[in-house]
Design a protein around this ligand. Structure first.
Ligand SMILES: *Cc1c(COP(=O)(O)O)cnc(C)c1O
Length: 339
C-alpha cells in the first residue's frame, strides 16, 4: 500500500443526502462541493449527491465549475464567490449561474443576488428592482452553529427583504441552518459539511443522523523502544520518562495531518493511542501500550476516530482539516466505495 490510504464512502454520502432531504421537508438540497468537495473529491461527490436527490451544485469559483462541467454534463451549477469580467464570460460559455453582490448585474447569465443580512463580507444591503436574468435571491448565515438569536435576526431580515420576490428561488441556509432552523429553509438549502457526515456543531455527527464519508488509514512503519531520557521527533518535545514503545506512522503535515495534532488520538489495533512529539512533514509518532509488529494498521480518521476530535485538539474546525487532507493528494492512495 501507499504510505496511507484514503477511502471515500459514497454510500455514506448518499445516506447523508437522504437525511438532509428528510430534514428539509420539501426544500431543495444544493450540494456544496467547493474546494474539491471539502477535500473529498468533487466529481465523485457531485455525481453521487445529484443521483441521490440534490438538485444543484454550489462551488466557490468559476474555475472549479468549469472543471466540473466537463464531467457532469448538464447539472445545475451555482458559483457562490465573486467573478470578474473573464469569469462572467466563462460562466456564459459553461452555462453556470453566478452569485452577484453588486448593483450592476451582468447580463446573459442567470444570476442570484446576494444580500448581506449579517455575514459582513459580500452582499447588497438593500434589494433594488432585480433585472430579469435574476433567478434567485440569497444570503449567508454567519453563526447558525452557535448563535440562535443572531441567526433568527438574519432569517427575519432575509424574509422581509425578499418577501415581494417570492417567485424567485430564495436560499439562505447552510448545513447548520438547515439542521437547526426550519424557518431558514426557504426554497433551497446550500449544504456542505453535513453532506460529508461532519457535524457543523463540532459534535458527534451521529447526533444529527450523519455518517462520516472520509476515512484515512496507514500503518506502523517502524516500532521502537525509547529508554528513559530518549526522545522522538523535532525539538525533542516528547522525552520518555520510562521505557516506552512507540510507533512511527509515515504521514505528516505534508499529507494534511497537521502539526498541531500532537496529543490527539488515533486507533492502533483496538486502542486509541496518543500522538506524541512534533508531527513532521512525512511522519508522526504514536505511543504504544507495548511492542507491535511493523505493518500494524493505524486508523487516523474513521472507525470511531472522529475528525471532530482532531479539530478540537488542533483548535480548528473539521472544514479546515478536511480541506487540508484533500483526497486527491498524490501522497496517499484513494479508494472510492459506492455500495
Ligand atoms: C461554503 C458555503 C456554504 C456551505 O456551508 P456548510 O456549513 O458547509 O454547509 C453555504 N453557502 C455559502 C455561501 C458558502 O460559502
Amino acid at each position: 500500500m501507499q504510505r496511507s490510504e484514503i477511502t471515500i464512502d459514497l454510500g455514506a454520502l448518499r445516506q447523508n443526502v437522504r437525511t438532509l432531504l428528510t430534514v428539509l421537508a420539501g426544500s431543495e438540497l444544493w450540494a456544496v462541493v467547493k474546494a474539491n468537495a471539502y477535500g473529498h473529491g468533487a466529481v465523485d461527490v457531485a455525481r453521487a449527491a445529484l443521483e441521490s436527490g440534490a438538485t444543484a451544485l454550489c462551488i466557490a469559483t468559476v474555475a472549479e465549475a468549469v472543471t466540473l462541467r466537463r464531467d457532469l454534463g448538464e447539472a445545475r451549477m451555482v458559483v457562490m464567490g465573486p467573478s470578474d469580467e473573464d469569469g462572467v464570460a466563462a460562466a456564459r460559455e459553461a452555462r453556470l449561474e453566478l452569485v452577484v453582490a453588486r448593483e450592476d448585474v451582468p447580463d446573459g447569465v442567470p444570476v442570484h443576488l446576494k444580500l448581506d443580512t449579517g455575514m459582513g463580507r459580500w452582499g447588497l444591503s438593500e434589494l433594488v428592482r432585480p433585472p430579469s436574468n435574476v433567478v434567485g435571491l440569497m444570503s449567508h448565515l454567519a453563526s447558525a452553529d452557535c448563535d440562535s438569536v443572531f441567526t433568527e435576526r438574519q432569517i427575519e431580515l432575509f424574509r422581509s427583504a425578499t418577501a415581494d420576490h417570492a417567485h424567485l428561488t430564495r436560499h439562505l441556509a447552510n448545513s447548520a441552518g438547515a439542521l437547526r432552523f426550519p424557518s431558514a429553509r426557504f426554497d433551497a438549502a446550500r449544504c456542505g459539511i453535513a453532506l460529508y457526515g461532519l457535524s457543523p456543531f463540532g459534535e458527534h455527527p451521529a447526533a444529527d443522523g450523519l455518517a462520516p464519508v472520509l476515512s484515512w488509514r496507514s500503518e506502523l512503519a517502524a516500532v521502537k523502544r525509547l529508554e528513559p531520557g530518549e526522545s522522538t521527533g523535532y525539538g525533542r518535545r516528547f522525552v520518555a520518562d520510562r521505557p516506552t514503545w512507540i510507533g512511527i506512522v509515515p504521514v505528516g503535515y505534508g499529507d494534511g495531518f497537521r502539526r498541531d495534532l500532537t496529543g490527539t488520538r488515533v486507533r492502533v489495533g483496538d486502542d486509541l493511542r496518543r500522538v506524541i512529539g512534533t508531527v513532521s512533514m512525512d511522519a508522526f509518532a504514536v505511543e504504544l501500550a507495548g511492542e507491535l509488529p511493523v505493518g500494524a494498521p493505524v486508523i487516523l480518521v474513521g472507525d470511531g476516530v472522529l475528525l471532530e476530535s482532531h479539530a478540537l485538539v488542533a483548535g480548528t474546525i473539521t472544514y479546515e482539516l478536511a480541506t487540508g487532507i484533500d483526497s486527491n493528494a498524490t501522497r496517499a492512495g484513494r479508494t472510492v466505495l459506492d455500495a
